[in-house]
Design a protein. Structure first.
Length: 116
């Protein structure tokens, strides 16, 4: 028991850090413009959703949208990015978001595209 007590005490201080990643709620492609709706517990300049990126399923980046300021009182919020050139044959887009404190979310939002 003497061995386990210091271990238990030290582990009690090593609690996991829970990241507050942005969540992509919705996305729509209209022509070559992509609109993405994000929710995130923005608290100000110290912690806010600061961007999203769109990819083809093979990982090719089609665009990066930088979000230049917090959206504390506007949740969820939608921002668009133009000039999205979807290659022929691509049937879905993958979108991920990031925040300035926790970095990129490991969750991808998948937007299915209509047959073209």
């Amino acid at each position: 028991m003497k061995f386990y007590l210091p271990l238990i005490i030290s582990l009690s201080f090593a609690l996991p850090t829970w990241a507050d990643f942005p969540v992509i709620e919705d996305a729509k492609l209209n022509g070559n413009s992509l609109s993405v709706t994000i929710s995130h517990p923005d608290s100000g300049w110290d912690h806010y959703a600061d961007g999203w990126e769109v990819f083809t399923p093979d990982g090719t980046s089609l665009g990066l949208r930088i979000l230049a300021h917090p959206h504390v009182n506007e949740q969820p919020f939608t921002r668009s990015l133009g000039n999205i050139d979807v290659p022929e044959g691509v049937t879905e887009l993958h979108i991920r978001a990031r925040c300035n404190r926790d970095g990129w979310s490991d969750q991808m939002f998948v937007l299915s595209l209509p047959a073209r």
